[in-house]
Design a protein. Structure first.
Length: 474
């Protein structure tokens, strides 16, 4: 018996094999080639789209874009690894015509063209709309935290600095007291004054640094700051607190393609519903839009803004239920609101009038005299009177409640739409890792490339590479 034998390394062939022979007709690189060929890179804002008249010629941005799209598709994000792929990977050799740019050129291209990558994302969405992959009938919005380059230990917060300051002051006071004691008892042989003075100097230096940091942050009105990556923020993630960015995405229900995405610095989602929905609506060029999101997006102001923009949202309204005591007493649903008089009627038929406005909440109160005589008081309140709060956008909350009751299936649909893209982006593309580029601009550039790779993969899965190439060439 013997093994299957390969060809001898120095074997010549009568008909030399070309690179094109090595790449199948329905290969990913042919889709990327067809896709990039139909883009107007100058219009999209790519740098160096005009070749220089003198000096050393630069690389065509189309070649570098192709390299990055291939790289992100294959989970190769590092510029050094992409440089290596250019020298050893037949698919990349085919795609770039055997060009082999160095890692610095590759890295600079990504650094300099963040905005242009976003434009190519939008162009792909328009292509998908044209060929029917995106219908715009329902859009799901979701957010996920992606870790920044900076580590959590580089994070400073004003609260943390103030706590440190207190500790440092206590330590300094202790050492000063020890020195005083030593001076009084003249026990120089027991206490090492030199060591104490050195420690004191170190602590005083730390204290001075701490105060300077606090002053700088207060001057810039910053609650938190990350050394080396000022744009990143400490956010709650499923792994615990991490320095991260919050990535928002609007996903079309038809084939789970990402319509629009944003890299934000806000760890909460509750201010993102209207901006993300409006951006998706503009991309879809529709007069109306139907969106769904989870309870993290609940915000009366945002609900109202969506309604005003012709967007029908399905989001679980999440607000204080205004229960009393242990929940055994009347909750707000037992009180009937009368919009004409802007007041509530309680279960005993008494009126709760508007008392004051507090941080966007309208506070209503009953009459203490009437409550004192009320037979239902034990079921209502332990206080002298009953208070009720009404959100400034309560009407929008109530309309949202009615919409969700009429369409409970929206929450199930939401889950099936949004979990696909983020699951893929995090595990397939980022390998549960973090961004490679610092600051918002870097995170935006990387996310735009990742979203494009995801959309491209999804479109190929749905249509097949041959049809994609035919549609792009057509
Ligand atoms: S305690 Fe006051 S508010 Fe509550 S049911 Fe009686 S009268 Fe109405």
């Amino acid at each position: 018996m013997h093994y299957i034998q390969g060809e001898a390394r120095n074997q010549d062939s009568l008909f030399p094999v070309s690179l094109d022979d090595l790449v199948p007709d329905d290969h990913l690189v042919r889709v990327i080639e067809a896709y990039v060929a139909r883009l107007d890179l100058r219009e999209m804002g790519f740098s160096k789209t005009q070749p220089k008249q003198t000096g050393r010629p630069s690389y065509d941005p189309a070649d570098l874009l192709k390299l990055y799209l291939y790289g992100y598709f294959q989970r190769i994000r590092s510029s050094r690894r992409l440089e290596a792929e250019c020298q050893r990977n037949v698919e990349v050799m085919w795609l770039l015509g055997r060009l082999a740019p160095d890692f610095k050129t590759i890295a600079d291209f990504r650094k300099d063209n963040g905005t242009a990558f976003s434009a190519t994302c939008r162009a792909f969405v328009q292509f998908c709309r044209k060929v029917g992959l995106i219908t715009g009938q329902l859009v799901a919005i979701d957010g996920s935290k992606f870790q920044a380059v900076a580590a959590a230990r580089k994070h400073l917060s004003l609260k943390q600095l103030k706590r440190q300051q207190e500790k440092l002051e206590k330590h300094i006071a202790t050492y000063l007291a020890q020195l005083d004691e030593a001076d009084q008892t003249e026990s120089a042989e027991v206490i090492d004054r030199t060591a104490i003075k050195a420690t004191l100097l170190r602590l005083q230096g730390k204290h001075a640094d701490n105060i300077t940091c606090q002053e700088l942050m207060e001057a810039q009105q910053l609650e938190q700051f990350v050394i080396g990556e000022a744009d990143a923020r400490m956010m709650r993630t499923h792994l615990g607190p991490r320095v991260a960015y919050n990535i928002q995405s609007a996903v079309d229900a038809e084939h789970c393609l990402i319509l629009n995405h944003e890299v934000t610095q806000d760890g909460a989602d509750n201010k993102q519903l209207a901006p993300m929905s409006k951006a998706a609506k503009a991309l879809l060029e529709q007069d109306e839009l139907c969106v769904t999101a989870d309870a993290g997006y609940s915000n009366g102001e945002q609900f109202q803004a969506c309604e005003d923009a012709g967007i029908t949202a399905y989001v679980p309204p999440n607000r204080a239920i205004n229960n009393q005591g242990d929940g055994q007493q009347f909750d707000r649903s037992a009180f009937i609101y009368a919009p004409e008089t802007d007041s509530y009627r309680c279960p005993n038929g008494q009126i709760l009038e508007l008392k004051n406005l507090n941080k966007g909440q309208r506070v209503y109160a009953s009459s203490a005299d009437q409550c004192a005589l009320c037979p239902l008081k034990a079921q209502c309140t332990k206080a002298k009177r009953r208070y009720l709060t009404r959100h400034a956008h309560e009407d929008a909350f109530e309309r949202m409640e009615h919409r969700l009751k009429a369409h409970p299936e929206m929450m199930i649909r939401r889950r099936s739409i949004v979990e696909h893209p983020f699951g893929n982006l995090k595990q397939w593309l980022f390998g549960n890792g973090r961004f490679l580029l610092r600051q918002l601009s870097g995170a935006r550039a990387e996310m735009a490339l990742a979203v494009q790779a995801y959309n491209l993969k999804r479109a190929i899965n749905v249509l097949g590479a041959r049809q994609m190439i035919a549609l792009m060439d057509g």
